[in-house]
Design a binder for this molecule. Structure first.
Ligand code: HPA
Length: 259
């Protein structure tokens, strides 16, 4: 596990996904363009204070134009946060629910990933160092950060699933029903399009990373209704409000306790 043996000074980044365009109560101190060797992040990184805790916020899909999951410059995003000194990232992802517990409206703090993405710039390793670098990704999410999220959800009385396997598909289309049956057979509980390579890139540069997933629809073939943007949007809006409440509980705790 990547649990820290000693408390690490914490500099928090939040990567907002669909529906999360700002951090509630953020007193803006400034915006950083964040341009780096890998390009420009999805949008400038906002720096601000929430309850005495310094936070860097980045909207993964940019704004006002939405960057689709397969075209997000994940390397530029993570490098921008790293360059600002971010040590811990809480990401937020919208997902479809596969296993029976993962119903729309549920929040999930996954503990595992199965990566089905392809063709994305998925590593900082360009081979030029001359040394083989195989990061340990046995436990893709930071254990201490996951626990902090789970404890904050418990303290706030927010129903959640404290574990789950997060399948990450290429998108931007949703899956076929047969693909979802296959994901279920392969042990996946939820499916989204933006969890990778973000998590692995964070690990490569030593950033502790965990995610809060919002289930916004039953995965393809599992629900009664057609998967439309409208039905997803309604649930997303409700869940985004719950995530904002969760962050409101998590941030002061991280500020007070560290990890
Ligand atoms: N599949 C993939 N990504 C998603 C889904 C889904 O069903 N819902 C929200 N993001």
């Amino acid at each position: 596990m990547t649990e820290s043996a000693v408390p690490v000074p914490l500099c928090l980044g939040i990567i907002g996904g669909t529906g999360i365009h700002q951090v509630e109560g953020l007193q803006l101190l400034g915006e950083h363009p964040g341009d780096n060797a890998y390009g420009s992040p999805s949008r400038p990184v906002q720096e601000g204070m929430v309850d005495g805790q310094r936070v860097f916020f980045l909207q993964r899909h940019g704004s006002p134009r939405a960057i689709p999951p397969h075209l997000v410059n994940y390397r530029a995003n993570i490098e921008a946060l790293r360059g600002l000194g971010v040590t811990h990232v809480v990401a937020i992802n919208a997902v479809g629910g596969i296993s029976p517990d993962m119903q729309p409206g549920r929040l999930v703090v996954p503990d595992q990933i199965v990566d089905y993405t392809w063709g994305r710039e998925h590593t900082f390793d360009d081979g030029r160092s001359g040394a083989l670098q195989h990061i340990d990704f046995t436990h893709p999410y930071d254990h201490a950060l996951r626990l902090a999220i789970i404890e904050a959800a418990e303290a706030a009385g927010i129903p959640h699933e404290p574990s789950g396997v997060h399948a990450v598909t290429q998108g931007p289309r949703l899956e076929t029903a047969a693909e979802v049956r296959r994901l279920a057979r392969e042990g996946c509980d939820i499916v989204g399009m933006t969890g990778m390579p973000e998590a692995a890139l964070a690990r490569e540069c030593g950033i502790a990373y965990a995610t809060i997933c919002m289930v916004v629809n039953p995965a393809a073939g599992l629900g009664d209704l057609p998967l439309t943007q409208d039905t997803m949007r309604d649930i997303l809006q409700r869940e985004a409000a719950v995530v904002r409440r969760l962050l409101g509980c998590l941030l002061p705790r991280l500020g007070a306790q560290g990890l």
